[in-house]
Design a protein around this ligand. Sequence first.
Ligand SMILES: C[S@@+](CC[C@H](N)C(=O)[O-])C[C@H]1O[C@@H](n2cnc3c(N)ncnc32)[C@H](O)[C@@H]1O
Length: 340
Amino acid sequence: MNDSLLDNSSLREKISNLFVGGIVTQIVYVAAKLGIPDLLASAPMTAEEIAAKTGAHPPTLVGILRALVALEVLGEMPDRRFALKPIGEFLRSNPGWRTQAILLGEEYFRAAGDLLHTALTGEPAFDHIFGMGFYEYFTRNEAAASRFNEVMTMTAPLRYSDVTAAFDFSRAKKLVDIGGGHGAMTSIVLRANSGLRAVLFDSPPVVEGARRRIEVEGLGARCEFVGGDFFKSVPAGGDAYLLSSVMVNWDDERALAILRNCRAAMTVGADLVIAEYAMLEGRNYATSTYVAAVAALAIQGSHARSQADYDTLLAKAGFRIEKITPLLYEPYVLLHARPV
Ligand SMILES: C[S@@+](CC[C@H](N)C(=O)[O-])C[C@H]1O[C@@H](n2cnc3c(N)ncnc32)[C@H](O)[C@@H]1O
């Protein structure tokens, strides 16, 4: 068996990559946490200069920088200075993905590190490691909550760039954005539909962040902010209900509870719009999609659902699927359902 690895460097590289994925996450995390991409945005620097600015241990940093070169995040110039490559640009601060890299390297990484627990029990590894659920953790850790909300706000226009093309919100007068976070989706839909008003519903501290952000965007006059718990109830009176990136956070029992509360708040003529990370039957996805879907298992004990999963879940909650539209940013989809 080892002989085949000596003869076949491509096989060797593929197998080695299976073993080093977690270390790659940590290398990218260290670079982001130390702010190296932000630093190099002003000018290329030597390892010694980067170490002096970041407080890193110089000989160790050289190894990390060389790995970042191999990963095509950085380039090394003939004068030994390191510079950002296009991928490295993505790891700069907002609007770059620095915060995402930090979130993935801290809480997500620790939860993924206990995936065996989820594989053996079906329980979220996150709860096992941190002693509480994902969202409860955020209520107790302001810095982590702020990183999470920033990442949600920053990625929404990418995840859901074509959401307003996939569903016509102009028929509605009042949108209720359930689990709306800091309101990135509310903003996208309000901006595209000038006659629409919105209610943004999320847990009370999150709603306060949403209010500040939406007011800065100049949309405050068209938006109402309601704090609450979607496992208890959601605001009534909307004619379009939006659940974006909410379902994937919960196992079937709790996803059903949210849907039933939406159904109870909705009239028969209202629309339910689910924008979500989903894995539809018969489609092949990028490797990273299958790997990232495991994060939902480790963090929330849930999974990226198929159309059949949604058919079952929505029927149990009193809805019928009208249409599923794959969105541009795979594997996100928009699912339109109506009460039956
Ligand atoms: C993954 S985020 C999605 C945010 C936003 N909809 C988006 O697509 O960017 C899920 C949201 O659900 C909210 N949430 C979690 N538990 C909740 C609860 N029990 N009641 C209301 N909102 C909750 C979180 O605070 C978070 O903002």
